[in-house]
Write a protein that binds this ligand. Structure first.
Ligand SMILES: Cc1ncc(COP(=O)(O)O)c(C=O)c1O
Length: 396
């Protein structure tokens, strides 16, 4: 959800700014704080792992993994990225409307009826099948226009992409349709966080072979790209001159092993204010199910965040939050708009106090850890929260 009242300068800026904005934050009981300085720092940290002159295509599809499409694009364009990776023209429409002129690549191909918008918004689609190549060729020939495309090959993930055997036919189509300008060759790695995996090695070798054979026929190709965040961290960009980081930009690690290689900072912090406190006597149940029963007297804080906000229900009795410098466990069922924290060990907690439910300036509640507890991946948690909660941007 994009909130019009959100300040560009962050919560601190907001509090200093106009009365209307101040009221907005004071009345929020839960919100996402988006640390744009951390975003800048993460891009820098990832760049430091790469050979010089490697260009960056920042992946900002799905609302910039929940962090806010326009704001993330604005900051990263200030930091000199080459362009952005998206999945739908609607995202591109918003970015163009916001005044962004940088290259926008549709990473997952397109549907034929998107082509007029692709032209209008000056998008670069990845072409992931012969059918797609043919529809782009037909459309541009009929309209008498040219179109920049990247060819995406499947090298072993068996999801999206032209098959290596399609190469000959693809080159024929391209020869007959010079209005299609191929400026990029790409693939996607299934498990770049395991560089030693035979699949990763097979994918990289096949991509090299494709690159060698295609470069001769299509000298217009300027960009070769295979690396996501894991490909940057574990494979130094996988030999490409363009890389496509997503999750790393947002401060989450593609695997626990990645922590030893790069220091990233969480960009998203979920904060909420305690609504109410109550005491449980030994033996008393709590919430739905009841999934929790107190073994001894407990002090419980109710926090107005639930699965409707994107906080996973699977963190019932498993998650944790950060309050006054320590971890406090989630107890009982996470419900639609409420979860309970056991704050017995924290002295003097009061209603209205702030807790960190995810992220934090010192990564107090690592999203990777929560994701593991929830039986999912950080991507899912970030996207889900970001779709539903209001954001406060901080760039100080
Ligand atoms: C084609 C492609 N490249 C790069 C990325 C970014 O991956 P990550 O977020 O793991 O860095 C994605 C994300 O799904 C993708 O689909």
């Amino acid at each position: 959800m994009q909130d019009k009242l959100l300040p560009r300068t962050g919560l601190w800026g907001l509090i200093k700014s106009g009365k209307k904005s101040r009221e907005a934050v004071i009345h929020w009981s839960r919100w996402l704080e988006i640390d744009l300085q951390a975003l800048r720092a993460n891009l820098k940290a990832l760049r430091e792992l790469l050979p010089e002159n490697t260009a960056v295509l920042a992946v900002i599809k799905s609302e910039a993994y929940g962090h806010g499409l326009e704001e993330v694009a604005r900051v990263l364009s200030q930091e000199g990225v080459y362009g952005f990776g998206l999945s739908e023209p609607e995202e591109a429409f918003r970015l163009r409307k916001a005044g962004l002129a940088l290259p926008l690549i549709l990473l997952s191909g397109f549907e034929p009826h998107w082509l007029p918008e692709i032209l209008r918004l000056r998008l670069i689609p990845a072409v992931t099948s012969l059918g797609m190549l043919e529809s782009a060729a037909d459309f541009t020939r009929r309209k008498g226009v040219s179109l920049e495309i990247h060819l995406k090959f499947d090298t072993g993930m068996h999801r999206l992409g032209l098959e290596p055997e399609d190469l000959k036919k693809a080159l024929e189509i391209l020869r007959d349709n010079p209005q299609l300008k191929v400026t990029g060759l790409m693939t996607h790695l299934a498990c770049a966080e395991r560089p030693e995996d035979p699949l990763t090695r097979k994918q990289l070798a096949l991509f090299q072979r494709l690159r060698a054979s295609i470069s001769r026929s299509l000298p217009s190709i300027r960009y070769f790209h295979a690396a996501n965040s894991a490909g940057i961290i574990f494979l130094r960009g996988a030999g490409g001159n363009l890389v496509r980081p997503g999750i790393g930009l947002y401060g989450s690690y593609p695997s626990f092993r990645a922590r030893a290689r790069v220091k990233l900072r969480p960009v998203m912090t979920l904060r909420a204010r305690i609504l109410e406190l109550r005491n449980l006597k030994a033996g008393e149940p709590l919430g739905y199910g009841p999934l929790y029963r107190a073994r001894s007297p407990r002090r419980i804080a109710l926090v107005p965040v639930g699965y409707d906000d994107g906080y996973p229900r699977s963190l019932s009795n498993r998650g944790f939050a950060w309050l006054r410098g320590r971890r406090v466990p989630v107890v009982g069922a996470v419900s639609m708009r409420c979860l309970c924290l056991d704050v017995t060990e924290v002295e003097g907690v009061r209603a209205g106090e702030e807790v960190i439910l995810l992220g934090g300036p010192e990564e107090e509640v690592p999203v990777d850890e929560l994701a593991e507890l929830a039986g999912t991946i950080s991507y899912e948690i970030l996207c889900a929260l970001g779709r539903r909660l209001r954001r406060v941007f901080r760039d100080v």
